[in-house]
Design a protein around this ligand. Structure first.
Ligand code: NOJ
Length: 756
C-alpha cells in the first residue's frame, strides 16, 4: 500500500513536470530491424569473450582507460598524476586507447610499445577528432548539412577517415549529431542543424562513410563515434556545458532520432556528453546509456565518456568522490573513461568491495575488444607509412572539398539578379577581413588543417578575373574596434562597379566553449558594410560564420548575400565558382536564422498553440515579428522554380498502405539550377499536440531552363508515427496534411485520411 501510494505520487510528479518516460522499443525503424546488420558478429564476440577470460582485473580496467597523448606531448610536466598513470599503462601494455597522437610514425611506435609490453599482445585503439575533414578540411558540418546531399556527406566522411587512417588513426570522434535550436551555442557549427529527420539522414550517411567498411586498400576500417549523447545541443541559453532539462518526448522525438539512425547504420562507438540530462550527467545516466541505447536500440559498440567527464561528476555535484564517480559511470553503461584515470584507479577496489560486479567490467572490455577485432587491429596493428603520401590532400579529396564547399553555400538574397557577376566586369572592389583570410575558413574544429592549404576568397576571385579588374582593401579586421582603414576601402568601392565584401566570425567565436550572446557581426564590420552601401554601389556580402547571424539590417541593405560559413580548404575557389555563376548556389538552410537574439529558440518544428501569432493576446512579440529572418529549408538559386499539380495517389490510406505524393517542379528561369524539394507532414488532430510541420522527405534535383520533373515521395505509417498518449511510436488514424515546397514556409498542400 505504502509502495503503491509512493509510486503513484512519483508518477504524478513526473507527469506534472512532463517527465513521463516513453519507449522506442516498438519503433519500427529501430532495434527490431537491426539484427541483419550486426557488425559485431558472434564470432567476433566469442573471440573477445575468450580473451577477457584470460585477463587480470588490472589488464581489464586498463582497456577501459583512454588518455589524451597530445596533452602530454604538448606539456610533459602538466597534469603530473595523469601523465604518470598514462605512462604506467603504456609501459605495462595495459592501455586501451590513446588519442591525439602526432601521426603515423608515432602511432606505430606507441602501438609497438603497447603490444610488446602487453602479456596478451592486445593493441590499443587510437582516436582523434576528425570532425570536418582531416588535412583536407571540408566545410563545417552545419555548412555540409546545407548541401542536403547525403551522398556528399558520405563521401567527405569517407575521405576524412581515409586520410586519418593513413596517419595511424583508428577511431574518429564523429559525426557530431546534436540537434540544436540555439545559434548562440558555439557548437552549432559542428552540428547538422535543427531537424531530427534531416539530422538522422545525415547521421546515417556520415557513419556509413566514416566507418569505411568497404574501403579495402589497407585492409582496415575506422570506427566512428557519434556524439554527444545526449541533449548537449539543448544547453540552456545556448551556453556550452549548461544544464539540459527536456521532456522525454523532446528527447525521443527531436534529440535522439539521429543517434538511433547512427546506431542502425552500425556505429561502433558513441560518446556520452558532458551535460546533465534532467538531473543526471550523461556518463552516469543509465536511462540513456543502458535502457535506451543498449536495451531499446541494441547498440553493441563502445560507449566512451567525454573528456574527463567522470571527474566532472564531482563538479556537477552527483558523486562525492572519484571512486563514486567511477561506480556511477560503469553502472550507467560507460565502457571507456576518457582521460580522468578514475576507472583504472578505482574499479579494482570497487570490484573487491563488491560495490561493482566484475561482470560489468567484463562486458565493457568485451565490447572494447570486439571493436578492436572488428577493425582488424589484432592482425594489422600498424599503419603502412607509405600510405599517407598517396591519400592525404589527394587530388580526389581536394576536388571533393571544392564540391562540398560549393554545395554548402546558401544564397540568402539576390536583388535584381545582381549575381552571378560577369567575368567582364570593369572593376570589382574586394573588401573585408575575410577576403584574404586563409585561417578562419578552416572552421572551428580542424586541428590537422593548415592555413597554407586554404584558397582565400581573394585568390579564388583572381582565378576568374585579371588583376587589373580588382581593387583590394581590407577595411577592418574581424574584431577591430578602429575605423582607420575604412577610407581606403570606401575609395576602392567608389571606383568600382560593384563591391564584394567578405565579413564574418573568426573561428574562436564558434566551436567548443565559444557561445555568443550577441549574433551580429563582431567589431566594426557592420559599420564597414553600411558605409560601403552608402556609396550607392551594389554591395554583395559574403558572410562567413560558424552559426546563423541575426542580421536583419544586412538583409535590408545589401544587394546580395551569400552565406559561406567556414568552408574549408577550397573556400575561395568554391565561393568564386558561385559568385561568377560557374556553379549556381544550391544550399538550403538547415537551421532557422533569427531576426534577433530575443526570438531564440526559434525553429520551424513548432506547435500552433491555442493562440497562434496574430493580433492582440496572441503568441507574438509587441516589438518584433514572430517570423524568422530566414526560415529552415530556405535558399535561393540563380533561376526560379514553380511547383504545380501536387497529386496524391489516394486520399485515404490504411496503416499498412503507402501513399505516393507527386509534384511537378519546373525551372522557370533562364539558367540551369538545383532545387531541394521538401516534404513536410502534419498530423492535424492527434492524442498529443503536434508540430505544424515535420520534414519527412527531400529530393535534390537539377533542372535545365524550361524543364519540368515530377518528384514523388512515398509515405508510410512510419513517416506519420508520433509518440502519442500511449507512450509508444505509432501513427494515429485521422486527418493529415502534407506540404511540398522549396522551404518550410512555402509549398503546395494536400490532405488525406489515415484509416485503421
Ligand atoms: C571534448 C569534446 O566535447 C568532444 O567533442 C571531443 O571529442 C573530446 N573533447 C576529445 O577531444
Amino acid at each position: 500500500m505504502v509502495t503503491s501510494l509512493y509510486l503513484q505520487a512519483v508518477l504524478q510528479m513526473r507527469q506534472a513536470k512532463g517527465q513521463q518516460r516513453y519507449s522506442d522499443a516498438k519503433f519500427s525503424g529501430g532495434v527490431r530491424q537491426l539484427s541483419g546488420k550486426h557488425w559485431i558478429t558472434p564470432e567476433i564476440r566469442n573471440k573477445a569473450k575468450a580473451l577477457v577470460a584470460q585477463m587480470t582485473l588490472e589488464e581489464k580496467v586498463g582497456q577501459m582507460s583512454q588518455f589524451d597523448w597530445g596533452f602530454h606531448a604538448i606539456n610533459p610536466d602538466a597534469g603530473g598524476e595523469i601523465n604518470n598513470l598514462m605512462r604506467l599503462l603504456i609501459d605495462r601494455g595495459w592501455v586501451g586507447s590513446l588519442f591525439n597522437l602526432s601521426g603515423a610514425e608515432e602511432a606505430n611506435e606507441l602501438q609497438r610499445k603497447v603490444i610488446e609490453n602487453s602479456r596478451l599482445r592486445i593493441p590499443m585503439i587510437t582516436g582523434r577528432d576528425v570532425i570536418h575533414g582531416y588535412r583536407s578540411v571540408f566545410p563545417i558540418p552545419l555548412a555540409m548539412s546545407s548541401s542536403w546531399n547525403p551522398g556528399l556527406i558520405e563521401q567527405t566522411a569517407a575521405a576524412a577517415s581515409r586520410e586519418a587512417a593513413s596517419d595511424g588513426i583508428h577511431w574518429v570522434f564523429a559525426p557530431m549529431i546534436d540537434i540544436t535550436r540555439d545559434p548562440r551555442w558555439g557548437r552549432i557549427a559542428e552540428s547538422m542543424g535543427e531537424d531530427p529527420y534531416l539530422g538522422g539522414v545525415m547521421a546515417d550517411a556520415w557513419v556509413r562513410g566514416a566507418q569505411l567498411d568497404r574501403w579495402s586498400d589497407d585492409r582496415r576500417s575506422v570506427a566512428g563515434c557519434p556524439k554527444h549523447y545526449a541533449g548537449y545541443g539543448f544547453a540552456e541559453a545556448g551556453r556550452d556545458y549548461n544544464t539540459v532539462d527536456v521532456s522525454d518526448r523532446v528527447l525521443r522525438e527531436v534529440i535522439l532520432p539521429p543517434f538511433r539512425r547512427a546506431v542502425e547504420a552500425g556505429a561502433l562507438g558513441i560518446m556520452a556528453s558532458f551535460n546533465e540530462l534532467n538531473g543526471i550527467p550523461a556518463c552516469a545516466n543509465k536511462y540513456l546509456l543502458t535502457t535506451i541505447l543498449r536495451e531499446e536500440w541494441g547498440f553493441e559498440g563502445i560507449v566512451v565518456s567525454d573528456y574527463n567527464a567522470l571527474a566532472e561528476l564531482l563538479v556537477h555535484g552527483i558523486a562525492k568522490d572519484p571512486k563514486e564517480a567511477a561506480e556511477l559511470a560503469i553502472k550507467a553503461g560507460t565502457d571507456m573513461d576518457m582521460h580522468s584515470g578514475f576507472y583504472f584507479r578505482y574499479l579494482p577496489e570497487l570490484v573487491a568491495e563488491g560495490r561493482v560486479d566484475e561482470r560489468l567490467v567484463d562486458q565493457a572490455v568485451e565490447r572494447i575488444l570486439a571493436v578492436k577485432f572488428k577493425l582488424g587491429l589484432f592482425d594489422n596493428p600498424y599503419v603502412d607509412l607509405s600510405l599517407k603520401s598517396r591519400v592525404i590532400l589527394s587530388e580526389e579529396h581536394v576536388g571533393l572539398a571544392r564540391q562540398a564547399a560549393r554545395e554548402s553555400i546558401v544564397l540568402l538574397k539576390n536583388e535584381n539578379g545582381i549575381l552571378p557577376l560577369s567575368k567582364n566586369i570593369r572593376k570589382l572592389a574586394l573588401i573585408g577581413p575575410m577576403m584574404k583570410n586563409r585561417r578562419d575558413p578552416l572552421g572551428c574544429w580542424a586541428p590537422d588543417g593548415k592555413e597554407d592549404d586554404v584558397v582565400s576568397l581573394y585568390d579564388g576571385i583572381l582565378a576568374k578575373l585579371s588583376a587589373d579588374q580588382v581593387l583590394y582593401a581590407e577595411g577592418c579586421g574581424i574584431l577591430d574596434r578602429s575605423r582607420e582603414k575604412f577610407d581606403e576601402a570606401l575609395k576602392a568601392v567608389e571606383q568600382a562597379d560593384a563591391a564584394v565584401i567578405a565579413v564574418g566570425e573568426s573561428i574562436e567565436l564558434s566551436g567548443e566553449g565559444n557561445s555568443r550572446a550577441e549574433l551580429d557581426l563582431p567589431g566594426e564590420q557592420r559599420a564597414l558594410v553600411e558605409a560601403a552601401v552608402r556609396t550607392g554601389k551594389p554591395v554583395i556580402v559574403v558572410l562567413m560564420s560558424g552559426r546563423p547571424l541575426a542580421v536583419g539590417w544586412l538583409d535590408e541593405q545589401a544587394a546580395a548575400i551569400l552565406h559561406a560559413w567556414h568552408l574549408g580548404i577550397q573556400s575561395g575557389r568554391a565561393i568564386a565558382d558561385v559568385l561568377f555563376g560557374d556553379n549556381g548556389p544550391s544550399g538550403r538552410l538547415t537551421v532557422t536564422f533569427p531576426r534577433s537574439v530575443g526570438q531564440i529558440p526559434i525553429y520551424y518544428y513548432r506547435k500552433n498553440t491555442g493562440r497562434p501569432p496574430g493580433g492582440n493576446y496572441t503568441s507574438r512579440y509587441v516589438d518584433m515579428p514572430t517570423k524568422p529572418l530566414y526560415p529552415f529549408g530556405y535558399g535561393l538559386s540563380y533561376t526560379t522554380f514553380a511547383y504545380r499539380n501536387l497529386k496524391l495517389d489516394r486520399t485515404g490510406m490504411r496503416l499498412s498502405d503507402a501513399l505516393t505524393a507527386t509534384v511537378e517542379v519546373t525551372n522557370t528561369g533562364s539558367v540551369a539550377g538545383e532545387e531541394v524539394v521538401q516534404l513536410y507532414v502534419r498530423d492535424v488532430a492527434a492524442s498529443v499536440t503536434q508540430p505544424l510541420k515535420r520534414l519527412k522527405g527531400f529530393a535534390k534535383i537539377r533542372l535545365e531552363p524550361g524543364e519540368t520533373k515530377a518528384v514523388s515521395f512515398r509515405i508510410t505509417a512510419d513517416d506519420l508515427a508520433i509518440i502519442g498518449a500511449s507512450g509508444e511510436w505509432a501513427a494515429e488514424p485521422g486527418a493529415f496534411r502534407l506540404m511540398i515546397g522549396p522551404n518550410s514556409e512555402e509549398g503546395l498542400e494536400a490532405d488525406f485520411i489515415l484509416e485503421e
